[in-house]
Design a binder for this molecule. Structure first.
Ligand SMILES: [Zn+2]
Length: 264
């Protein structure tokens, strides 16, 4: 597997991250993250250019399984100065959606905490991972923590603490109606400060993913792709892209942070 290091993934609500001292501008972007976060200069850093011709096929590890991905929960959107996130509220900890199996440690379950999106300034760029050099216009990351630890902040400190399911988005002629509540909610964030929550009604994770469900995916052990770049993430990147319309992507690209600067 080739390992050209690209942009960066932000794990939405990770409490270790101070949003003020890193970003994606020349003066605070990935090239200089290592000055404040030494781990960002180490070896097993994500994301990768995933090479379909040399990568380990996922079927050797078995199918990645989900629990509760079709269950409807009350959802909120907000933006944190870097990206937007979708979270569930008032869900008892043991009723959060979970993933297990596949290349994850046998018998261990990983609980969903939040999802976020990466996108670019136009549809020629935006995804964090690449597939054999190809960059998609956006990539969604569903962040989970290993429930053998007491909670998400504790798991985030451990070498086997996190698992992310990543899906590419591709441009389609048709509106993805399942994304409409999310995008409508995001547009209501305008004029509000960072971390302001907007309720978007009931949502299941499955509705935002591909209809093929747990299709083929590539997996590897990597890192958070934003500071502190901790190398503790089981990455699962699915090959079947999610369709979204150009009009919907344009709305996402119009999002601003609490200082009226573009989120990107
Ligand atoms: Zn990410």
């Amino acid at each position: 597997m080739s390992s050209s290091i690209l942009f960066a993934c932000f794990l939405g609500s990770l409490p270790l991250v101070l949003s003020s001292d890193w970003g994606y501008l020349p003066e605070n972007g990935p090239v200089v993250w290592g000055q404040h976060y030494p781990t960002c200069n180490e070896f097993a850093q994500s994301p990768l250019d995933l090479d379909l011709f040399t990568a380990e096929p996922s079927y050797g590890a078995g199918e990645l399984k989900t629990i509760g991905y079709r269950t409807l929960h009350n959802a909120t959107v907000n933006q944190n100065g870097h990206t937007f996130t979708v979270s569930f509220k008032n869900v008892p900890e043991d009723e959060h959606p979970m993933i297990h199996g596949g290349s994850l440690p046998p018998g261990e379950k990983f609980s969903f905490v939040t999802l976020h999106l990466h996108w670019g300034s136009d549809s020629s760029r935006g995804s964090e991972h690449r597939l054999t050099g190809y960059e998609f216009p956006a990539e969604i990351h569903l962040v989970h923590w290993n429930t053998k630890y007491p909670d998400f902040p504790s798991a985030a400190q451990e070498s086997d603490g996190l698992a992310v399911a990543g899906f590419f988005l591709q441009v389609s002629n048709q509106t993805n109606v399942n994304y409409a509540p999310v995008i409508d909610g995001l547009l209501k964030l305008a004029g509000h400060p960072d971390h302001f929550d907007v309720d978007i009604g009931h949502l299941s994770l499955h509705s935002l993913l591909t209809t093929k469900g747990a299709a083929d995916h590539l997996h590897y052990k990597g890192s958070l792709t934003t500071p502190p770049c901790t190398e503790n993430v089981f990455w699962n990147v699915f090959l079947d892209p999610i369709n979204i319309s150009e009009e919907q992507l344009i709305k996402i690209r119009s999002l601003r942070d609490g200082h009226n600067q573009p989120l990107r």
